[in-house]
Design a protein around this ligand. Structure first.
Ligand code: AKG
Ligand code: FE2
Length: 240
């Protein structure tokens, strides 16, 4: 199967020089790829968006189900989607889908994302707000069926910088592969950490996951005792 990655446009109005100069592309292997653009939006625009989103979005902190247990989601959330799409359900929770028309600035950000990623299309947006270092998102993949087998996810961050981690799922074959005579526990640990990437997601940055990243990798934003400020993250997705 051939799978082509679309280029990041150099003509976007978002922050064209910075996009061209500072774009990092990380080939994760097996047709998975991450692109990171630290200064996707200008500082001025980024603060304007942060203040607007912090104030105007109807944030909620829902009860979700994880491993059969109910718990408070460790961050605030909101969901925006185009009309007529199948419902999103994750961790037993079905967020209300707000309309793009309710939040004009979100349409501006969506437009900047579409310009930067020609050929890509997004019709839904999951927003997260981390109100300090105790808020987090645990290890997961965004592999819900409604996104298809190779979803592209464009993630924009505002406010407090936080660490975003990616690690390879432990596949059966990697667990079974014997490279030496070490005990299984040691081999697994080695495999766990051999394929890990870390990004400090800056205010106004964009990170794109594409290809088979959701099938083969998991990601998280762990707790950070020293992170005191609020962080807002937008993940643009395409629902089939
Ligand atoms: O906050 C982030 O950077 C990631 C959020 C995330 O992984 C998600 O909403 O699925
Ligand atoms: Fe995610």
């Amino acid at each position: 199967m051939s799978l082509r990655f679309k280029p990041i446009s150099e003509s976007t109005k978002a922050n064209p020089d910075e996009i061209t100069l500072k774009k990092q592309t990380i080939d994760l292997g097996n047709l998975s790829e991450v692109v990171y653009i630290p200064k996707f939006l200008t500082l001025d625009d980024s603060w304007k968006f942060f203040d607007y989103l912090n104030k105007e979005i109807p944030w909620t902190r829902p009860t979700i189900r994880v491993f059969g247990r109910s718990c408070l989601q460790p961050r605030d959330t909101c969901y925006v989607a185009s009309e007529g799409l199948p419902k999103l359900i994750y961790s037993g929770y079905e967020p209300h889908a707000y309309s793009w028309d309710d939040f004009p600035l979100l349409k501006d950000i969506l437009e900047a994302v579409h310009k930067a990623l020609p050929g890509s299309k997004f019709n839904s947006l999951l927003l997260n707000r981390y109100k300090g270092g105790n808020d987090y998102v645990g290890w997961h993949a965004d592999d819900e069926k409604l996104y298809g087998s190779t979803p592209e996810i464009a993630s924009i961050s505002f406010g407090c910088e936080r660490e975003f981690l990616l690690k390879k799922k432990l596949s059966k074959s990697s667990q079974e592969r014997r490279t030496d005579d070490e005990p299984v526990s040691k081999r697994l640990k080695k495999n766990n950490y051999a394929h890990q990437h870390s990004f400090t997601l800056k205010h106004g940055s964009m990170l794109v996951m594409r290809g088979y990243t959701q099938r083969d990798w998991i990601h998280s934003v762990p707790k950070r005792a020293k992170a005191e400020g609020t962080r807002i993250n937008l993940t643009f997705r395409y629902v089939l």
